[in-house]
Write a protein that binds this ligand. Structure first.
Ligand code: FAD
Length: 366
């Protein structure tokens, strides 16, 4: 089977790589570019180049290109550590969710700034007592004056401090009804009643935060899709969140630097590099299958487990190659400290293995 890309796409990938490298040089380190590389100026450049909303239909302002076009551009940008965080969530999942479930008015209002790269979104799913088990979300949206009043808390919200809008899941039905009665809202983070508190992670960075929503009023036209029926919308969104190259390439730049430094005269090191290269090649094929719509429903759980566990093996390899430097701080220490996040964010490996067992293999619920 010939898996090589057409010449036009190879050229597009090379162009994206050059552009990404120039932007990456301004970063303090190259790792985790889609979560730690926040740069609004570069986002606007992505917009000017037509590299946001690439696959979205022309009727909503997108370019109507194939998923492979987006694949080659994002692959090149991630590989070189380009700072794509400011628009990543919108381009990866919120825009496609609004295209699938948003009203025409919502699409007209919210998609153009995403395509221009001038806006940042965050995802308000997790709560202090509802991470893996999203069905136990307690944040409530109560009917009031023709709209809703939102009360509750969200946590681990990536980009909360910088975001303009939050795509927030709240309970509109009766409390305690599990996944029934959840709805999705667009909440402006400068609205009265929204408080954002940054959370410092183990690496010393504060890319995520906690949101407190105290009597936040939202108009009825901020409800996305069907009231009380968020669950199905949410599952579609999680498939996008789990199945992309960001789950494979977060620390690819680190890997390449570690490989260059590693003692390749040692057969054990060569063996480890061979296993990592094989893991990377397999992960890339899994993601390609998702991107091309060839993976079965829920298979994103398996793709994410495989790819993020690969990222952790990369971090472990780099830590050993950098040796004592990894204890002294700097990039190698950061990589080692951050690695546990790969198999937590977007659903933990333990929980996704349950999804694989129940939904893909048809095993009984544990
Ligand atoms: C870097 C980072 C960025 C994030 N960004 C966002 C964001 O932008 N928006 C957002 O909404 N959330 C975000 N999250 C939150 C993330 O989705 C949750 O942390 C994750 O889903 C796990 O939930 P939890 O932390 O509540 O852990 P818990 O659900 O409390 O899990 C604790 C432990 O129990 C295990 N466990 C739980 N249930 C089961 C089960 N049924 N079977 C077996 N084991 C189980 C888990 O595997 C885990 O080891 C982010 C997290 C990280 C680390």
């Amino acid at each position: 089977m010939d898996l090589s890309l057409p010449r036009e796409l190879v050229a597009l990938g090379e162009e994206a790589r050059r552009v990404g490298e120039a932007a990456a040089r301004k970063r303090p380190h190259l790792d985790d570019p889609w979560i730690a590389g926040f740069d609004r100026e570069f986002s606007e450049e992505l917009g000017r180049r037509g590299w946001l909303g690439m696959t979205w239909p022309a009727e909503v302002g997108g370019r109507g290109l194939s998923p492979l076009h987006r694949f080659v551009v994002t692959e090149a940008l991630l590989m070189v550590g380009a700072p794509i965080a400011a628009t990543w969530v919108a381009d990866r999942q919120i825009g496609p969710t609004l295209i699938a479930h948003g009203s025409p008015a919502q699409q007209r209002r919210y998609l153009p700034p995403m395509i221009a790269g001038t806006v940042t979104w965050c995802i308000g799913m997790s709560e202090p007592d509802a991470g893996s088990d999203l069905a136990s979300i307690r944040t409530r949206a109560i009917d009031a004056d023709g709209g809703f009043v939102i009360e509750g808390r969200k946590i681990w919200t990536s980009f909360a401090e910088h975001a303009d809008h939050c795509y927030l899941v709240a309970r509109t039905g009766e409390p305690g009804r599990g996944h029934a009665g959840l709805s999705e809202f667009i909440v402006d983070l400068d609205a009265p009643g929204v408080a954002v508190r940054p959370i410092v992670d183990a690496t010393g960075a504060a890319h995520f935060g906690e949101l407190e929503l105290d009597g936040v009023r939202v108009a009825r036209d901020r409800l996305v899709g069907r009231r009380d029926e968020s669950w199905r919308q949410l599952m579609g969104q999680l498939e996008r969140e789990r199945a992309g190259l960001d789950r494979l390439l977060s620390n690819r730049a680190l890997y390449e630097d570690a490989r260059a430094l590693a003692d390749r005269t040692d057969p054990r090191v060569r063996d480890e590099i061979a296993r990592l290269e094989t893991g990377y090649a397999l992960g890339r094929l899994l993601v390609l299958r998702e991107v091309l719509g060839q993976a079965p429903p829920s298979f994103s759980a398996a793709t994410k487990v495989f790819c993020t566990e690969h990222e952790q093996r990369v971090a472990s390899f780099a830590t050993r190659v950098f040796g004592a430097q990894a204890l002294l701080g700097g990039r190698a220490a950061r990589a080692a400290m951050y690695a546990s996040a790969y198999t937590i964010q977007g659903g933990t490996s333990a929980v996704l293995r349950n999804v694989i067992a129940e939904r893909l293999l048809g095993l009984p619920k544990g």
